[in-house]
Design a binder for this molecule. Structure first.
Ligand code: BTN
Length: 253
């Protein structure tokens, strides 16, 4: 199995030293959490043997056609964690805008035509109650042509959507640059995630189902608040603030 080409990444990124390219790792998130790495270092692997998704799920990471990567972020206040979760989804869809019209399913799944293109898992380390490091882990389906039976009805890739193959190093460098260039504006709250949401949400004003602790509830999505929580009308018409949970794929077609 080859590894992602560091020189090609560096050429798109404009300088060297930001990418750690691994052939195989348990999880790029675990690697980035465990190692001391400078801000915006990106750890990418061709294969993850224990790739993790949100809510304790597994992330299928067994093909060298996709991107599995984690970026180290520091200097963030803990109050900005949920907004960062949202902002990362916005940035990814912005990075891909010339390739595909990918929208965000709260909090940060990338969806195209009702199918999942990418997922984001943010992990943190704290020291004495202070947020130390954030690891932004992204799995993006790029060039894979098909999926295992288990997920084939809900997953898609850039190749499946466009019929074209893409240089993964270029996409990765664009995302890291996009993040680095906008991070200070985001950190100092000059970017208001709730305002971006109306442009990037896949389901604004649409019916959604929220799955939480094995219970499914139907709502109409109305936006997010300044902290990144979802605002949605329940079936009796009252506005609820949803802090955790997953939007299901029930109405996403
Ligand atoms: C989700 O949608 O459930 C989030 C998926 C996140 C997967 C990525 S792949 C790179 C990084 N390493 C991991 O173990 N998980 C994230």
């Amino acid at each position: 199995m080859p590894m992602l080409n560091v020189s090609a990444f560096d050429a798109y990124y404009g300088k060297s030293g930001k990418l750690i390219s691994l052939k195989e790792v348990d999880s790029t998130n675990t690697y980035a959490v465990k190692h001391e790495l400078p801000p915006f270092t990106c750890v990418v692997a061709e294969k993850q043997t224990a790739g993790r998704g949100r809510s304790g799920r597994q992330w299928h990471s067994n093909t060298d056609q996709n991107l599995y990567f984690s970026i180290v972020i520091d200097g963030l206040d803990a109050s900005m964690l949920l907004p960062l979760n949202i902002f990362a989804g916005y940035l990814l869809s912005d990075t891909l805008k010339d390739i595909v019209d990918a929208k965000v399913k709260w909090p940060n799944d990338m969806v195209v035509n009702g199918k999942k293109l990418a997922g984001i898992l943010m992990e943190t380390t704290f020291s004495g109650g202070t947020l130390e490091k954030v690891v932004l882990g992204i799995g993006l389906n790029v060039n894979c042509e098909s999926f295992d039976d288990e997920i084939k009805d809900i997953a898609t890739s850039l190749y499946i959507e466009t019929g074209q193959k893409f240089e993964r190093e270029k996409i990765l460098a664009s995302f890291v640059l996009n993040l680095e260039n906008s991070f200070e504006e985001f950190r100092s709250k000059r970017i208001e995630v709730e305002k971006l949401w109306s442009t990037y949400s896949a389901y604004l004003d649409k019916k959604i189902s929220i799955h939480k602790d094995g219970v499914k509830t139907i709502y109409t999505e109305k936006g997010i608040d300044t902290t990144g929580c979802l605002l949605a009308l329940d079936e009796s018409g009252s506005l609820q603030t949803i802090i955790t949970g997953d939007i299901g794929y029930d109405f996403c077609r």
